[in-house]
Design a binder for this molecule. Sequence first.
Ligand code: VG1
Ligand code: CO
Length: 543
Amino acid sequence: RHVVTMKSTPFEGQAPGTSGLRKKVRVFQQPGYTENFIQAVFDVVKPEAGATLVIGGDGRFHNRTVIQQAIRMAAANGYDRVLVGQGGILSTPAASHVIRKYEASGGLVLSASHNPGGPDEDFGIKYNITNGGPAPETVTGAIHERTKTIDRWLTVEADDIDLDAVGETVVVGMTVSVIDPVADYADLMETLFDFAAIRAMVKSGFTMRFDAMGAVTGPYAHEILERRLGLAAGTVVNGTPLEDFGGHHPDPNLIHAKELYDLMMGADAPDLGAASDGDGDRNLIIGRGRFITPSDSLAMLAANIEVAPAYRGRLAGIARSMPTSAAADRVAEALNVPIFETPTGWKFFGNLLDAGKVTICGEESAGTGSDHVREKDGVWAVLLWLNILAARGVGVDAIAREHWARFGRNYYARHDYEGIDTDRANALMEGLKARLGELPGRGFGPLTVAVADSFSYTDPVDGSISANQGLRILFDDGSRVVFRLSGTGTQGATLRVYLESYVPPSGDLDAETAAMLAHQINAAEEIAGIAEHTGRAAPDVIT
Ligand code: VG1
Ligand code: CO
């Protein structure tokens, strides 16, 4: 192959965060910026002869441009074959599945997930390894190091390929297959769940709305929900992936999916309301008159997962990220399976899943998934809910009430302070970290601090240590407050304050969340001085 070497100099700040490198589109558009990062990935993973690379994205602005360039660079770096989703589309979980199914050496997932898209908005690049999951910190760390010294990137002279036609082309000796982005994934879903039972429930009158938020899950939801499961046409709304997501913020929470929420709380609510994010790995679940927090959803799915054919008799364990509520812990205890507490970000679940230690994982940020792929999976979570509703023959609200009556309820909320000054955010965290040792024994209203620490994780499979993963204040009544800075933002800093309090089955299981967390909210302010440090009197987003 004739390889062209392009001279280059390093760019600052190409450190992958919680989920890949995320920056403003204009940052990625600087000459050589995107190429440097992709070349750093290839320099670190060193594709072997015969290696296949999967490329796909969430369809946002700049997706196609980067895909065409990545194809040329893959050819120059010795890949034998590239699999790319038609139209440049592959949801994050679908990309994970395609990597595994076709035994690719890895994949480039082009997405900034739930962040807005468009020329003035966000873009992102994430590398997934051969198990289909996000690269672990050893790999992302090496990629970042490589970006600091990179002095060239490799490409070939070739025209753009036709991304819209399924089929094969050869690009300077490398085969490029444009594949149907939905078919493999939809087939996988049919092997996991009882589609016949869900179809029967639909025939007997079950209705739902799925809001794809103008993002990647539209084609998946149309195929699976409407075509394969028989839900009425129109069940899926905002079902065409758009470069700017229709100007919306494709984050499936009660603020950005407010229309869905209002529908589900109204008189005309269907049986189930669901939504997914930009790249299809998150999910929002709302029953008629009942919002299910992601932490509760993980617990309820875990408690009922064995109704789904592929999971019968094989729940090995449950994993949740540290800020996720302990609702899943109570399920694990009752079912006598281990529970693992990991740092934020799906990459920390990969080893546990590969080792067969856990079957289902979840995060408070609307991510749930299982060992079927190595990413969180929005449509999968919706299908598991459908399977459970079909098998149990009751509604979402009844499942929730029954769950709380058995396990108690973890009232939970996350307060986000977005776009705050980075230095001030760091000062808040550093100041709090320095004072952790003084907190145990101190009282804040009716709460007394039992433990205060900085969360550090030792991976039980490979022994790697990830320190500084969030500051935890645990109170003596079992409630807690957690402080973390986001690792996915592109502007300033975002402070996340996670609040949780537990009520046993004998307590008030149907109270207002804000009221149940009032003491924790006050304590968080008193402990960290949030208003003073951020200059904000209230959070920007509460989820
Ligand atoms: C956020 C969430 C985290 C999630 C990550 C990627 O990270 O808190 O739970 O794994 O986004 O999700 P952070 O560092 O901003 O808190 V996605 O849907 O953007 O791929
Ligand atoms: Co996402």
